[in-house]
Ligand binder design. Structure first.
Ligand SMILES: [Zn+2]
Length: 153
């Protein structure tokens, strides 16, 4: 869709942003702007800029939304499977524990990156936080967190 991405200052592209297209690209762990560069440089670490097109991705504020949606989705899958197995076969408790604990961990670890990718892409497509190329910086460089003074208070 956007082969020719025009960049505003600080790597923020201008032009139309499709929410669905961006979220699909994000769910595939790709940059929402170009769909080619990797969004993450480590498991859940979003790259500051897309390695392909240079789109600024560090403006995301995914915070705890990805774990929240992951818990909701994985929880519904696992609980429905647990109840189905229990209703059908009534297996011993150790079988439940041996099945569902590892499956829950595996599904959670598999679901987190695409969910986080889709949410970061959603923020990008909706021009949330600093993703709007026409907005001023939300937090300028003069912001400094309060640090304890020399007395340790
Ligand atoms: Zn890109």
């Amino acid at each position: 869709m956007q082969d020719r991405v025009e960049h505003h200052f600080d790597g923020r592209s201008t032009g139309e942003r499709s929410v669905l297209n961006a979220m699909l690209r994000g769910a595939l762990l790709k940059c929402p702007a170009c769909g080619i560069g990797a969004m993450f440089h480590r498991y859940l670490k979003v790259s500051d800029h897309c390695p392909h097109c240079g789109e600024a991705l560090h403006y995301h504020r995914a915070d705890d939304a990805p774990p929240y949606f992951t818990i909701v989705i994985v929880g519904h899958v696992i609980v429905s499977l647990v109840l189905s197995l229990e209703m059908a076969y009534r297996p011993a408790l150790w079988i439940h524990a041996a099945l569902w604990l590892p499956l829950t961990v595996i599904l959670t670890l598999l679901a987190l990156p695409p969910i986080k990718g889709a949410l970061v892409a959603l923020q990008w497509a909706l021009l949330m936080h600093g993703f709007d190329p026409n907005a001023k910086e939300e937090m300028d460089d003069s912001y400094e967190p309060a640090l304890p003074d020399d007395k340790g208070t």
